[in-house]
Design a protein around this ligand. Structure first.
Ligand code: PBG
Ligand code: ZN
Length: 347
């Protein structure tokens, strides 16, 4: 008879095959622990919702290439925003879409028309929802006859000085109308300094955030937006002012430059294809809020993939958003914002 004690199954033995340091799953086996692993949390205040505003106050038109998004007149957008504010919407970014014939010209005069869609909507939204943070995209392409983002010479190149002066005037007029933040997306050199000076001279700098689209890349992901906003260039492309896809060093210089010119916050755009740039921005612009724009093409691609059954829409939308957070952003401009206001309640 053996005098060996019976081994208990739960007893540790020297034969345990793994090193203690190789066991990671204890740290994320519970749903709460999985959220504890996030360096940055996704909340309703992480999201900024883009709105396309028509000059017809009664308009409510579906945009074919941008699923679930509409072009809104002021009388229709206010009730829509009310329903989103009730779900926790904190911030919007406005894009004007002048639809009337003959309003576009070489100087983008319609951009800050006091009766134009952006200024009218800023006033309506701020009157109804004083706590809603209203950002205005500042650019000329929606209002120029040629669809470029600045004022052009005969050869099609941008006249820098005149363009930044016009952009600054537009930004100041949006701020004067009550916008909480102006976000220039034109990519003309020196516009951050010009806008900051304009805001200071107008006595508006202390109550207007200047959020720069500092690293905005030229590429193939803005198509549905240009449909929505009617802002495709009538000739050429934007490659001489938006950044070249491979230009990581240029982006780093643009980020540092805009910070030095007085940007209060930074946008990197597009998002998923440019997460290395987001991570660079987190390092270079570590002291200001960092936002990334999940642009129309990215959104439409995820939608199309979900419709094809390649991905699940909600899961992939969260995955894309966490990619942005991991890279260093805390703010996301996204067409998924209305969905996230519901999805974040379901967690
Ligand atoms: C205007 C502007 C564009 C976008 C934001 N502001 C279009 C462009 O630069 O051609 C794109 C946003 C999107 O695709 O969702 N300059
Ligand atoms: Zn533009």
């Amino acid at each position: 008879m053996s005098s060996e004690p019976t081994k208990h199954v739960a007893t540790y033995t020297a034969e345990q095959p793994t090193e203690i340091s190789s066991i990671l799953s204890g740290g994320y086996h519970h749903p709460l622990l999985r959220t504890w692993q996030n360096e940055r949390q996704l909340t309703k205040s992480s999201f900024i919702y883009p709105l396309f505003l028509s000059d017809d106050p009664e308009e409510e038109t579906v945009i074919e290439s941008l699923p679930k998004q509409k072009r809104w007149g002021v009388n229709k957008v206010v009730p829509y925003v009310r329903s989103l504010v009730a779900k926790g919407l904190k911030a919007v970014i406005l894009f004007g879409v002048p639809m009337a014939e003959g309003v576009k010209d070489e100087l983008a005069t319609a951009a800050d028309d006091p009766n134009g869609p952006v200024i009218v909507t800023i006033k309506a939204l701020k009157a109804e929802f004083p706590d809603l943070f209203v950002i205005c995209d500042v650019c000329l392409c929606e209002y120029t006859s040629h669809g470029h983002c600045g004022i052009l010479r005969d050869d099609g190149s941008i006249i820098r000085e005149q363009s930044v002066r016009r952009l600054a005037a537009v930004a100041v007029n949006y701020a004067r109308a009550g916008a909480n933040c102006v976000a220039p997306s034109d990519m003309v050199d020196g516009r951050i300094l010009a806008i900051k000076r304009g805001l200071l001279d107008a006595g508006l700098a202390h109550r207007t955030m200047l959020m720069s689209y500092s690293a905005k890349f030229a590429g193939n992901l803005y198509g549905p937006f240009r449909d929505a906003a009617g802002s495709a260039p009538s000739f050429g492309d934007r490659k001489c002012y938006q950044l070249p896809t491979g230009g990581r060093g240029l982006a780093r210089r643009a980020l540092a430059r805009d910070l030095a010119e007085g940007a209060d916050a930074i946008i990197v755009k597009p998002s998923t294809f440019y997460l290395d740039i987001v991570s660079d921005a987190k390092e270079i612009c570590r002291d200001v809020p960092l936002c990334t724009y999940q642009v129309s093409g990215e959104y439409a691609m995820l939608y199309a993939a979900a419709e094809k059954g390649v991905v699940d829409l909600k899961t992939i939308a969260f995955e894309a958003a966490y990619g942005c957070l991991r890279a260093g952003a805390t703010l996301i401009i996204s067409y998924f914002t209305p969905e996230f206001l519901e999805w974040l309640d379901e967690l």
